[in-house]
Design a protein around this ligand. Sequence first.
Ligand code: NAG
Ligand code: NAG
Length: 486
Amino acid sequence: MFPLPTAVKRSHILITLVVVSLIILFTLRPVSRPFYVPTRGAALDSTSLLILSAQEHVGLSVAGDTKSFDLPDSASPLHLIVPATSSNHHLCQLLLSAAILGYPSPTLINWNAPEDEDDYVQHLTKVEGILNHLNSLEPQHDDDLVLMVDGYDAWFQLPPSVLIERYHSLVRDSSGQYSRTGTRHLLVRRSSLDTVFFGQDKLCWPGGRSRAACWAVPDSTLSLQAFGPDTDHGIVEHNRPRWLNSGTIMGPVKDVRDVFIATLEKIRANHTENSDQFYFANVFAEQSYARQPAEVPTLSEEETVEIPDIPDGQRTEYHIGIDYESALFQTVAFYEDYIAWVMYNQSSDSMKSDHKHFNPYHHFALPEDLQDSSPLDTLPEKGKRLATSHSSMLAEALGSWSSLPLGVNTITKQVFPLIHFTGKKGYREMWWHRNWFYPYAGDLLRHKQSLEEGVGDAWTAGQEVKVIPWSSLCGRYEEYLFGQAD
Ligand SMILES: *[C@@H]1O[C@H](CO)[C@@H](O)[C@H](O)[C@H]1NC(C)=O
Ligand SMILES: *[C@@H]1O[C@H](CO)[C@@H](O)[C@H](O)[C@H]1NC(C)=O
């Protein structure tokens, strides 16, 4: 038997415990947060910084009527939300790419929730789960950006800084789409530019061409010859991307929340289809029709064309836009033949000058927003020195985007920040090793984890937020992810 500690000994133990916990508390490494804060104007000189510090506007003038539109704050933090009920190696492809590229820790929606047999319940659960999370964010996050990505068929290629800059250009350019189609007066009537961007589809799905969501929506911004002389004449591969895909959504929290509320109402009012995309697309169809009614198509006698029936006073404007050119997101269905991996440093000068004169379609130049940055920028300052001294192969690879294979949309020439495997799911296996980070994935993840607490972890949503560590989410898939399985 040990003698029981006396009161004095007990208080010594207590004091020691407190001191030890304080030491631990203060030496903890930074913990990654569930949102990413862009460094404001990092790539800008001091003069443009001055302008940036005020709210930015674009002014548009139509027949003497000038209207100014506020642009979203370019320093708004970004939140990442991912609907996923359990882990597998496909979810881990997304989580690994997010961790390596410096995305915020994702919040997993409906984690551990049972899959319901009933499609209706399943759709309600997904849309409701995301909406509940958006509702649970404090009002000060209303103007933050949120990115929703489907959990099991997507991964990132470029860092959040590029995605966010591209997003802001899309918002700014959404006014351009109106001047191009000669409908600028419509924009002037509205109170804001497009702010909620969805991915693009080359097929209107589900449902047929008689749906308003198929015919009443705006035209694609790609050129009429984008896919050659056969463009838009029936072969789906040759269609220009025109339709909404709901697997990727990005916009300010408050605007995305409104889109989800409207969609949830549509699911509740009349549930007929086994796809949440159907309902998002109906919200977009009503918005499009209310902005400018398109010509009702003439179809065969058996088909009844659905014409949006919008009751007086119903809100139709949700500031929804489509990322037609894959500046943010690249879908794969019917796009397989137009996605390639390009090493930009391989083009010789003579080829470049030839292409200027003879065949500009085949000329690939590294996009401007990747010229002055490198994958090294996804590491904290301290990490850059370590990474480069750690391994020369890593250092060389991370030195420039131009010496790495980058996935590119060969029609729009966009190097996409995210790829979304709609259609044939086998590409998730076939193309994983094409990622620029694949040969270094393990090294990069370990390196980042050594610098910062919580890299690769995810958060749960709901009343009690829990952190799920990388090791329990994806530890068992590391061999596959890092390419050591074969
Ligand atoms: C419900 O939706 C279907 C098509 O999805 C449509 O045919 C039907 O008319 C709708 N019903 C109501 C009551 O709006
Ligand atoms: C492009 O970069 C790769 C990887 O660093 C290198 O092996 C290759 O020699 C470079 N090509 C040219 C033409 O510089």
